[in-house]
Ligand binder design. Structure first.
Ligand SMILES: C[S@@+](CC[C@H](N)C(=O)[O-])C[C@H]1O[C@@H](n2cnc3c(N)ncnc32)[C@H](O)[C@@H]1O
Length: 399
């Protein structure tokens, strides 16, 4: 079977296929059964009609992630799901280029998202994927985006493809099992992390994308571990190797398209002290990198409990690295006391957050607002946590 036989990729890339795709694109947003029927009027090949409709539907769902590029690219459901967010790939590519890399082996290239970002950053790319149909998609995407001159796609095994001429290795191993479930153990990645680290050895520049759940013990000595969050969600982690390494740990926080970086060793405890007027909830990327004490320094803040990562301070410092709350009232945790305090404040819209205590925030929220009772218009956040063994509640408002 040719690489693209089962996706009809070659046919869709022909001029007639492009026309069919354009029609499918208009129909894809309508009722699927009607769209399939309407497409049959444009081709005598029912399988091609179905492939065009699938592709057009995938392009629609890809638009949120890939923007304009989605309308030119080719996807599979798995390829789209596993693709790096283009803004994260672009940042990584720019960093590799700035470090001095010129020709990158993109081992495990998938549909080619990272290869495209690397090429757009001005690097030459050898994009490798062991799956023939996936490699064919990477080829189609490099061509569709006008980058074929910079990207050489190989259908080969990342572990034995020839790296001659490459001064950089990027790898994004598959982190799902045969049933599509996420795998967390780096030894169970395909290919396994250790095998990829071995491939990167001796290559001047390297970076390997890993799952955000990777334990710090699995980070090789001398590597830089970076965790990345986008609009509050930790989306990935990466191990920077060789000449790319700048610091032991980096938290990259992307908010509304703006990139903020916090760096440090990630090995010191944050200062301890009293609660204060402001409570900071560190971003997930800061927590995963163990950079809470570096953030505490930035904010002039401290932990109220050595085991709970909420930071407290008397003065307000604007930061992209944490959500900030102004504390209006602090009390020992009691549903009765909280309920009456919230009623007094006329709170009708409530968010409950917790850390270090065994409560169900949704259930507590319902309990605090009460059922069917008249509710006020005010909004509040209740943070429940543990300080020196005591359950403590803060009534706050987001800053
Ligand atoms: C997480 S995806 C890559 C996604 C890609 N970086 C992107 O952003 O579009 C992992 C890919 O690794 C490929 N793969 C798994 N084992 C491989 C191996 N030994 N050699 C080459 N590719 C492999 C899979 O076929 C899959 O396409």
């Amino acid at each position: 079977m040719s690489p693209s036989a089962d996706t009809k990729l070659d046919a869709l890339r022909s001029p007639e296929g492009a026309e069919l795709l354009a029609v499918a694109g208009e129909l894809a947003a309508t009722d699927p059964a009607r769209a399939a029927l309407a497409l049959r009027a444009h081709t005598s090949d029912p399988e091609l009609a179905s492939a065009a409709l699938t592709q057009a539907t995938l392009r629609l769902s890809a638009a949120a992630k890939f923007g304009e590029d989605a309308h030119a690219m080719f996807f599979t459901r798995d390829g789209l799901e596993q693709a790096t967010r283009p803004e994260v790939a672009a940042r990584r590519a720019a960093r590799l280029k700035a470090a001095g890399a010129t020709r990158v082996a993109d081992l495990c290239c998938g549909i080619g998202t990272e290869a495209v970002a690397l090429a757009r950053a001005g690097l030459r790319v050898v994009a490798v994927d062991a799956d023939a149909a996936t490699a064919a998609l990477a080829t189609a995407n490099a061509e569709a985006l006008g980058l074929a001159d910079l990207i050489e796609v190989r259908n080969a095994d990342a572990l034995d493809t020839d790296l001659t001429g490459c001064d950089a290795v990027f790898a994004d191993p598959a982190r799902r099992d045969a049933a599509g479930r996420r795998v967390f153990d780096p030894a169970a990645y395909a290919p396994p992390l250790n095998a990829l680290l071995a491939r990167a050895e001796g290559v001047p520049y390297g970076v390997i994308k890993v799952g955000p759940g990777i334990p710090h013990e699995a980070v090789p000595a001398g590597a830089e571990a970076e965790w990345v969050s986008v609009d509050g969600d930790v989306v990935e982690a990466a191990l920077w190797l060789g000449r790319t390494v700048e610091v032991p740990r980096r938290a990259t926080v992307i908010r509304r398209g703006e990139v903020h970086e916090l760096t440090g060793a990630g090995d010191r405890p944050a200062p301890l002290g009293e609660t204060g007027r402001y409570l900071y909830e560190p971003d997930g990327a800061v927590l995963r990198t163990y950079l809470v004490s570096e953030l505490a320094d930035l904010l002039g803040a401290r932990l109220a409990d050595p085991t709970i990562a909420y930071l407290h301070a008397d003065d307000l410092v604007a930061t992209p690295f944490a959500r900030t709350f102004e504390v209006e009232e602090t009390m020992p945790f009691s549903v009765k006391r909280l309920r009456s305090a919230l009623r007094e404040r006329g709170v009708g819209r409530l968010t409950v957050k917790k850390r270090g205590v065994d409560i169900d925030p949704d259930a507590l929220r319902r309990e605090l607002l009460g059922k069917g009772k008249a509710k006020g218009a005010a909004e509040a956040t209740v943070v429940v946590t543990r300080i020196e063994g005591q359950r403590t509640a803060f009534i706050c408002s987001p800053v």
